[in-house]
Design a protein around this ligand. Structure first.
Ligand code: SF4
Length: 460
C-alpha cells in the first residue's frame, strides 16, 4: 500500500532538536555569566574558560557573594547563608562556573545552590543514627588515607582539598578546612604518607583496583599525578586505576585549558593500556544544568583520547529527587559520552539532613529511569551502607520498614555476620515514628527488631 507521507529531507533531519525528549541535548553555551553575574559582565570567554582564573576567583565568603551579585541577592538571603555556614560541616567554595549556573533570580529553591551553599532555614536536626565518618572509612584504613574494605579494591585518599566543597560530602571528617562545627583530620598530599600507601599495595597482592580520590584529583599537579601513576603501574597485580574528580562537573575548563595535566593523564592512560591496565576517570554530576557546552567540549577531548569517564551521582532532596530531572541527567551524561554508573542514596552525614531522601525515593526513581535509555547507560541505584557495609544495590535490602524508616542490608563480601543499615529522614515519618526514634530505649528496640526480622541474630 502506498502512502502520501513524504520521506524526511536533509533539512528535516537537521532541524533544531526541540521537544521534551530532546532536552538533554540542549546545552547552555555562550557567555552566560556576563548577564547573570554583574561583576563578571566584562569577563570574556577566554578569561572565564581559563582554569587558573576559575581557581583564582573561587567563591568562599558571603562578602564575596555580595560583591559579585550586587542587588541580585537579597540581604535576607546572604544573612541566612552566613548563619548556616557557621553550623555546617563543610566550608564554602564554588568555582565561578558553578556559581554562574545558579539561578540568582530564585536562589532559595535552586538545585545547584542547594548542593554548595547552606541556608539557615534548611537546618534540620540530625537523624539520631548519623555519624561524622558514617561509612567507617577510618576504621577500615590499614594506613592513613587508604581504605581497604572490599577484597580486591582500595580507596586511596590522596589529598584533602577540592575545587568546590559539597554540603553532602561523605568525607566531611577530613575534607576542606576546619569549620566551627568540625575539626578535620588531615590527609594532605605528602610523599611520606603516600609511600606508606604504595608500600601497603606492593605487599597486598589481592588488590587489583585502586580508586585515587580525596579530596579531588583535579587539584593534583601533573607532577603529583606522575608520582601516583608511576608507583601504581609498577605494581604488577594492579589492573584498574580510577581517578576520581568532581572537576569535570564543576570546572570543565581544566580539560580544555590545562594542557600539561591532560597530556599527563593521556600519557599514563595509554601507557597503562599497553600494560593491560585500565585507567578511567570517575566524575560526579548531580543535576543536568551542571553539564553545558563547555562540559561537552571537555568530554569530547577525553573521548577522543580514549579515556573512559563514568559518573556517580548522589540522590538529594530538592536537587535531583524527581524522575524527570534524573532521566534528563542520565541522558545528558550519555550524550556527552559519560557513562552514568551509580546513583547513591545520601550518606548519614550530620549537618545536611535536609538533603537526604528515603530509600523508597531511590527505588521509585530507579523504576522511572530504567527503560528511558539503553540498559548499559542506566545507573545502578546503590546505598553505601552506614557503618561500612559497602555499596549495596538499593533493592537488595533484607528488610525495609517504611513506617519506621529503617532498612537492613547484608554484605557477604565485607562481613556476612554484621547487619548494615539505611535510615530514612525523620521528616518523612509519622509523628509517632519520630518520637520513637528520639527515645533511646524505643530506638534500640526498633533497630533490634529490624535486625531480627532481617534474619540476623540479636545484636549486643
Ligand atoms: S568534590 Fe567530592 S570529596 Fe570534594 S567535597 Fe565534593 S563530594 Fe567531597
Amino acid at each position: 500500500m502506498q502512502t502520501n507521507t513524504p520521506l524526511p529531507t536533509s533539512a528535516d533531519l537537521h532541524a533544531p532538536q526541540t521537544g521534551p525528549d530532546l532536552r538533554h541535548r540542549q546545552l547552555l553555551d555562550g557567555p552566560w555569566w556576563q548577564a547573570r553575574i554583574p561583576a563578571w559582565s566584562d569577563a570574556s570567554e577566554a578569561t572565564f574558560h581559563d582554569p587558573k582564573w576559575q581557581i583564582r576567583n573561587s567563591v568562599r565568603k558571603v562578602s564575596q557573594m555580595r560583591d559579585l551579585l550586587g542587588d541580585r541577592a537579597s540581604e535576607a538571603f546572604l544573612q541566612e547563608v552566613d548563619e548556616a555556614i557557621r553550623k555546617a560541616p563543610m566550608v564554602m567554595r564554588l568555582t565561578p562556573y558553578v556559581f554562574s549556573l545558579i539561578d540568582w533570580a530564585n536562589p532559595w529553591e535552586d538545585p545547584l545552590r542547594r548542593q554548595f551553599i547552606p541556608l539557615a532555614r534548611e537546618i534540620e536536626p540530625n537523624h539520631p543514627m548519623s555519624k561524622l565518618d558514617s561509612l567507617g572509612e577510618q576504621r577500615d584504613a590499614p594506613v592513613p588515607g587508604l581504605v581497604h574494605r572490599y577484597p580486591d579494591k582500595v580507596l586511596f585518599l590522596a589529598l584533602d582539598v577540592c575545587p568546590v566543597y559539597c554540603r553532602f560530602c561523605t568525607r566531611s571528617y577530613a575534607i576542606g578546612s576546619d569549620t566551627d562545627a568540625v575539626d578535620k583530620i588531615s590527609l594532605g598530599a605528602s610523599n611520606a604518607r603516600w609511600e606508606q600507601a604504595f608500600e601497603y599495595l606492593r605487599n597486598t597482592p589481592q588488590v587489583e583496583d585502586v580508586v585515587v580520590s580525596g579530596g579531588d584529583a583535579y587539584l593534583l599537579s601533573a607532577g603529583k599525578l606522575q608520582v601516583i601513576f608511576d608507583n601504581l603501574l609498577a605494581i604488577p597485580h594492579i589492573r584498574r586505576i580510577r581517578l576520581a574528580t568532581k572537576g569535570l562537573a564543576i570546572m570543565p575548563q581544566k580539560i580544555t585549558g590545562d594542557e600539561k595535566w591532560l597530556d599527563t593523564l593521556t600519557h599514563y592512560a595509554q601507557k597503562a593500556r599497553r600494560q593491560g591496565v585500565h585507567i578511567a576517570v570517575h566524575t560526579h554530576a548531580n543535576h543536568p544544568r551542571e553539564i553545558t557546552a563547555a562540559t561537552e567540549r571537555s568530554m569530547a577531548m577525553l573521548f577522543e583520547r580514549g579515556i573512559t569517564v563514568r559518573n556517580q551521582s548522589v540522590l538529594q532532596a530538592g536537587v535531583n529527587d524527581d524522575p524527570d530531572t534524573m532521566r534528563t541527567l542520565v541522558k545528558r551524561l550519555s550524550h556527552v559520552n559519560v557513562h552514568p554508573y551509580y546513583v547513591y542514596t545520601h550518606d548519614m552525614v550530620p549537618g545536611v539532613e535536609t538533603l537526604r531522601t528515603t530509600l523508597d525515593t531511590a527505588l521509585e526513581i530507579e523504576k522511572a529511569v530504567r527503560g528511558s535509555t539503553a540498559g548499559f547507560n542506566t545507573p545502578t541505584f546503590v546505598c553505601d551502607a552506614e557503618g561500612g557495609g559497602g555499596k549495596r544495590d538499593a533493592h537488595s535490602f533484607e528488610y525495609y520498614n517504611r513506617e519506621l524508616g529503617i532498612a537492613v542490608f547484608r554484605s557477604p563480601n565485607v562481613d556476612d555476620t554484621t547487619p548494615y543499615f539505611y535510615f530514612d529522614p525523620l521528616r518523612e515519618l509519622s509523628p509517632e515514628a519520630r518520637r520513637a526514634w528520639n527515645h533511646p530505649v524505643l530506638r534500640e528496640r526498633i533497630v533490634q527488631t529490624a535486625v531480627e526480622q532481617a534474619g540476623f541474630g540479636p545484636v549486643h
